[in-house]
Design a protein around this ligand. Structure first.
Ligand code: UTP
Length: 300
């Protein structure tokens, strides 16, 4: 009898980091709530999970993160005011985020690292594979990545990470993977991982970006993972343990992403994301592009 597998349905979004690169904006506001044009960055991430078929979303939050919960909840006062005014367009925009997914929240307490944040999801996730989407990594909706990762996980089992080729001089900013090719051009087998290596020690220029589909065996490994770089429990260290001992929880594969991605936790990339997405918007784009063109010509 063939064993039927449950399709992956749970997404975990760690959003408990301190966002120190964006201070003072993030002193009392989560960085995930910073707007990218007119939507908070986190809404793009939840939309991406839902588009890939993952409508059960667990957000890992912490102190100062209440606005995240409020954003995905109803706001009756605002809805009533807009209904009274007959402003259906804005009413629909307000309701969009609360109708999007089934949202759950757990607090991390102390932000002891991404690995620790993922471990906080263990009771909710149980023993099925699940996806992790970093709240400050934005993948352009026109370049779907997560659905491909879910397919690869369902085909090979184990865990799947997202990789992007970067300039070797930039590799020290990322987790970095040692890889072997597979029959699929966009898929590699991951044989090792190292967090933020010196360029001279980097096994490749394949950088780990913020999307993962993980075997639940990761939880057992994370419980045993000692704090690593920066005194934090690193997800990369736990994935390295899985990659080097497939008996623990199956192989680790990487899907190589060549699409558009913005690290909205980084100020420069955040600005680039806003400019690019605003230029491409049908409602704002034409006027904004004209302004941008003359600004660049006249001011720079
Ligand atoms: P970052 O490395 O971007 O850290 O975390 P940060 O604290 O959010 O931002 P900076 O560097 O101080 O500006 C990557 C992701 O992991 C989450 C963050 O919220 C972000 O989505 N994270 C990190 C947690 O949820 N908990 C942690 O303890 C650490």
């Amino acid at each position: 009898m063939t064993q039927s597998r449950t399709r992956i349905s749970k997404a975990v979004i760690p959003a408990a980091g301190l966002g120190t690169r964006f201070l003072p904006a993030t002193k009392a506001t989560p960085k995930e709530m910073l707007p990218v044009v007119d939507k908070p960055a986190i809404q793009y991430v939840v939309e991406e999970a839902v588009t890939a078929g993952l409508s059960d979303v667990l957000m890992i939050t912490g102190r100062n993160k209440r606005p995240l919960e409020d954003h995905f909840d109803r706001n009756y006062e605002l809805e009533e005011a807009l209904t009274r005014k007959g402003d259906e367009t804005r009413l629909a925009r307000v309701q969009e985020s609360s109708d999007l997914a089934t949202m759950h929240y757990v607090r991390q307490g102390d932000p002891k690292g991404l690995g620790h944040a993922v471990l906080c999801a263990a009771p909710h996730v149980g023993d099925q594979p699940f996806a992790v989407l970093l709240g400050d990594d934005l993948i352009d909706a026109r370049d779907p990545l997560l659905a491909r990762m879910v397919d690869i996980q369902e085909r090979h089992g184990g865990s799947v990470i997202a990789l992007m080729e970067v300039d070797p001089a930039q590799v020290h900013l990322y987790g970095c993977a040692a890889v072997k090719p597979t029959v699929d051009d966009d898929v590699v087998q991951v044989t090792g991982l190292v967090e933020k290596p010196d360029p001279a020690d980097a096994p490749s220029n394949y950088a780990v970006i913020g999307r993962y589909v993980l075997d639940p065996a990761i939880f057992g490994v994370l419980r045993e993972t000692e704090p690593g770089r920066g005194g934090e429990i690193q997800l990369t260290d736990a994935l390295q343990a899985l990659a080097s001992s497939p008996d623990l929880g199956g192989p680790v594969h990487g899907v190589v992403f060549k699409g558009r991605r913005y690290d909205t936790g980084d100020r420069g990339d955040y600005l680039r994301a806003i400019v690019r997405l605003a230029c491409e918007r049908e409602d704002l784009g034409p006027e904004f592009r004209d302004w941008l063109r003359s600004y660049v010509t006249e001011e720079m």
